[in-house]
Write a protein that binds this ligand. Structure first.
Ligand SMILES: [Zn+2]
Length: 322
């Protein structure tokens, strides 16, 4: 089973709760995409369900079934209905299923991953089950922000923030998965201590391309070359996913440049440390803020379904005017 790195405090807390038989029946693990929130959920469940002595032992029937993804009492609920949400039918089905006791041990667990788009109706439908689950019932939610869940749901569960690991831990995790030190270094330079995003970078060409585009865009801004910037973003065409990714990466680089102007030793979060450092030398605070606003208004335009190339042209003009 994939190991969960870092976040010793959370791991310790969960372990202590289980040791004392005081584990809450509902959790929200939140933090940015790629931090291993679902891996953490799986690790918690392994310890909860293990029948060995050193929990999780990794060798009992429960541990093996969980590792193989076939544990009858653990369900990673799949998204259904609207994009990245959970349909009413799915939630009803979970509530019905919860009423029957576990097959194996004395716990039955539902993991609702990536709940950022879980709507109010389905959350309300689930509220009763989360509020008063049977003694064997457990719910784990994961999301990028705690605000993804309704306050009523959150008040019934324990919310824990998951953080990125150190870059060293991240390199170790990548090495364990068979990546060369060079590849690992390249990924960590772009995505720091976010293991999931580093893996994504190494395994998905589009992510690599988006990082490349971001570096070119930052360079165009350093050189005040609007034409080059327009050409760079034109590569995105009408692809919304890639554009979102690009804007997110770009925004992080601008954030780094603004922070480094004031504190060159601060930790970076962007994918282009060299570019952001250069930019920091010539970027005013107001120009940085203006670029950040340009990103925000492009997100807004995308949500309003404005023609993407037009929105990106406006983005370039705004960045250059800054
Ligand atoms: Zn076990």
């Amino acid at each position: 089973m994939a190991q969960f790195y870092g976040n010793e405090q959370i791991q310790h807390t969960l372990h202590q709760m289980l040791l004392r038989d005081r584990a809450p029946h509902g959790f929200l693990f939140y933090g940015e995409t790629g931090l291993g929130k679902k891996t953490l959920a799986k690790q918690f469940l392994a310890e909860l369900l293990c029948t060995g002595t050193e929990k999780p032992c990794g060798s009992c029937k429960s541990c093996k079934m969980l590792a193989d993804g076939v544990h009858p009492d653990v369900r990673f609920v799949e998204h259904s209905g609207k994009r990245n949400g959970f349909s009413v039918d799915t939630v009803r089905e979970v509530c019905v299923d919860l009423a029957s006791p576990p097959n194996e041990g004395n716990a039955k667990c539902y993991v609702f991953g990536d709940c950022d788009a879980m709507d109010t109706r389905t959350q309300n439908l689930l509220l009763k089950a989360v509020e008063e689950p049977p003694a064997y019932g457990y719910f784990i939610f994961t999301a990028t922000s705690p605000a993804s869940l309704l306050p009523t749901v959150r008040s019934r569960i324990v919310s824990l923030a998951v953080s990125p690991v150190t870059e060293q831990e991240c390199r170790a995790a990548l090495a364990e998965r068979g990546f060369s030190p060079e590849d690992a270094a390249e990924a960590v330079a772009a995505f720091h201590g976010n293991i999931g995003q580093c893996l994504n970078f190494l395994e998905n060409m589009p992510i690599r391309e988006a990082v490349g585009l971001t570096k070119t865009a930052i360079n165009s801004i350093i050189n005040k070359n609007e034409y080059a910037l327009l050409q760079t973003v034109s590569v995105l065409g009408k692809e919304r996913e890639r554009t979102f990714l690009f804007l997110n990466l770009f925004d992080r680089c601008i954030r780094d440049a603004i922070v480094w102007k004031h504190d060159p030793c601060a930790a970076g979060i962007g994918c282009d440390a060299a570019g952001s450092k250069k930019l920091a030398e010539r970027l005013s605070d107001s120009a940085g803020q203006a670029m950040h606003r340009a990103v925000d208004s492009t997100y807004g335009a995308m949500e309003a379904n404005v023609n993407l190339p037009l929105a990106l042209a406006a983005f370039c003009a705004d960045c250059m005017d800054a």
